[in-house]
Write a protein that binds this ligand. Structure first.
Ligand SMILES: Cc1cc2nc3c(=O)[nH]c(=O)nc-3n(C[C@H](O)[C@H](O)[C@H](O)COP(=O)(O)OP(=O)(O)OC[C@H]3O[C@@H](n4cnc5c(N)ncnc54)[C@H](O)[C@@H]3O)c2cc1C
Length: 506
């Protein structure tokens, strides 16, 4: 039996820090397993980057969040909570300043083709010449070679996504019109600032692994109201304690220095047998800076080498209904290094279905240059961008708007960052990490990954304290047989080359 379990045979005390998908996932499971769990959240609302709230009776969110087809663990959770928060799967479009560029079908409704054929055959590229599309073919080698192992991450993380696409001969046009928009929306940064490893992992999970993977659905209201409110009620009913407005500043270790005994919020102290940090990169950097115990460990000091990306979320209420063909839309070519999306909330949110005017969410990723602007300066730029896609927005009048600035908010998977990302286990035997930037082998991304890492951290606590059962974690849908075959052929060829001394690394 471990020290932690021996010291507290009845109910081990667990402190979870950060109430996003990761922290809530860990808290829920441990509360259900009989742990005394306290979830400390710096902000006013649970949900982290997905938090939503109301101002003057109108819903606001830190950006709209999609739930992709492979989010099996999140869908299993909402089923267990008996919630029906989602819209049906929706189709989506892409715009450039030249107009509509791409329309995506519902891939699950099309005849199934071996992956990734369906992605290329069924996507309706309005202007992209076939020759450009075909220039993606050699890239399939990298897709097969990148198997999400630590070795693959180390190897591909040395170069940027832009460099990878160039090395594999992807045409400039295909890169500009298809891949860079996906990077800006999926990894929140332009290709030259994205790790090639992250690009391959993200593209495979969301687009290439199985035909329906790119199908997405949305919440019928804010994720806060539709999922987090009932979820936090379930957590509290299971005995968990959620404390908003509690910003963690430090941790205290025992005399040996390798076990955390307490978590500090300023002067307030929370005793702990185990601790889970489920904060983002920026949050952890601040905690490390103010915590002598963490500062002493190189792994935590090194987190200062990681970065995060600025995001801007705006919600606009117009005086009239403007017809928007598809509810979710990604846009590229409007700003050199900023991607943006817009969503027709009249189509997605029950509350706005019968609103007299259009309610449109416009979110900007890698929005560094926009954040310092005042709301009154931002809104005309947003309206101009919208009118660049759908001209009728230029004629409509904004009658109300909310602007949410999210500085240094989302994880930045920069080239060379992999070595500084933290795994679940830390140098402290009872301190575990969770969040969408933690290294793990599951293969998921974004909200699903955050939730999965929360469950994985909870399972590490169960293993440490020997109380309760581990959470069931659904693996990602397995590779299709021909991809499994291609991966194993690739491994065999590489083993041969290595044997002949013709291949040195990965
Ligand atoms: C605009 C936008 C759009 C996005 N779109 C999508 C999408 O469509 N689909 C998708 O799957 N993902 C999307 N994402 C990404 C998704 O939001 C994240 O992957 C996910 O929410 C990360 O969850 P997390 O639990 O790891 O971290 P977070 O949500 O960042 O939660 C961390 C929590 O820790 C708290 N915290 C930080 N420091 C402290 C401290 N010292 N003490 C206590 N608490 C602290 C924070 O307040 C926060 O609540 C989007 C993100 C943004 C910003």
């Amino acid at each position: 039996m471990t020290n932690a379990a021996a010291a507290t045979p009845q109910r081990p005390r667990v402190v979870v820090v950060g109430a996003g998908w990761a922290g809530l996932g860990a808290t829920h499971h441990l509360a259900q397993q009989g742990y005394e769990v306290t979830l400390l959240e710096a902000g006013a609302h649970p949900g982290g980057l997905v938090a939503g709230w109301e101002t003057a009776g109108k819903s606001v969110e830190a950006g709209i969040h999609g739930f992709w087809y492979p989010y099996r663990n999140i869908f299993a959770l909402t089923d267990r909570l008996a919630l029906q928060p989602f819209t049906p799967y929706t189709r989506s479009a892409q715009y450039s300043p030249q107009g509509l560029e791409v329309e995506s079908p519902l891939f699950q409704a099309e005849p199934y083709l071996p992956s990734p054929l369906g992605t290329f055959v069924y996507t309706d590229f309005k202007r992209l010449p076939l020759a450009d599309l075909l220039s993606a073919l050699p890239l399939l080698h990298a897709v097969v070679d990148f198997d999400n192992s630590p070795e693959a991450w180390q190897y591909y993380d040395r170069i940027s996504a832009r460099e990878l696409f160039r090395q594999y001969g992807v045409s400039d046009r295909l890169y500009r019109d298809a891949f860079e928009p996906m990077l800006l929306v999926g990894l929140f940064a332009p290709g030259e600032q994205c790790s090639a490893a992250a690009a391959l992992g993200m593209l495979y999970y969301f687009i290439l692994a199985h035909q329906p993977d790119f199908d997405v659905r949305w919440c019928r209201g804010t994720v806060g109201a539709e999922i987090f409110r009932p979820w936090t009620q379930a957590i509290e009913a299971a005995g968990g304690t959620i404390l908003p407005h509690h910003r963690v500043t430090a941790v205290i270790a025992d005399e040996g220095g390798d076990r955390i005994t307490a978590v500090m919020c300023g002067e307030e102290r929370f005793e702990a047998d185990a601790v889970i940090f489920a904060v983002g990169i920026t949050g952890l950097k601040k905690i490390v800076a103010s915590s002598p115990t963490l500062r002493q460990r190189a792994a935590f000091r090194d987190v200062q080498n990681l970065g995060a990306v600025d995001v801007l979320a705006t919600r606009l209420w117009f005086d009239r209904k403007v017809s928007v063909p598809l509810p979710s839309n990604a846009c590229f070519g409007f700003h050199a290094t900023t991607g943006w999306t817009f969503f027709d909330l009249n189509a997605l949110h029950d509350a706005y279905r019968d609103a007299p005017g259009s309610v449109i969410e416009v979110d900007y990723y890698h929005a560094n240059q926009l954040l310092p602007l005042a709301d009154g300066e931002i809104l005309p730029l947003v309206q101009q961008d919208l009118a660049g896609c759908i001209p009728a927005f230029g004629e409509a009048r904004i009658v109300d708007a909310h602007v949410v600035r999210l500085p240094q908010a989302v994880s930045h998977f920069a080239p060379g960052s992999y070595r500084y990302l933290l795994p679940r286990h830390t140098p402290f035997q009872n301190l575990f990490m969770a969040g969408d930037w933690i290294t793990n082998r599951h293969g998921s991304w974004s909200q699903e990954k955050a939730y999965v890492t929360g469950l994985e951290a909870a399972n590490a606590v169960v293993e440490l304290c020997h109380q309760g059962q581990p959470a069931d974690i659904l693996p990602v849908i397995p590779d299709e047989p021909h991809l499994q075959w291609a991966r194993s052929l690739n491994q065999s060829v590489k083993a041969c080359l290595r044997g002949l001394g013709l291949l040195a690394s990965f």
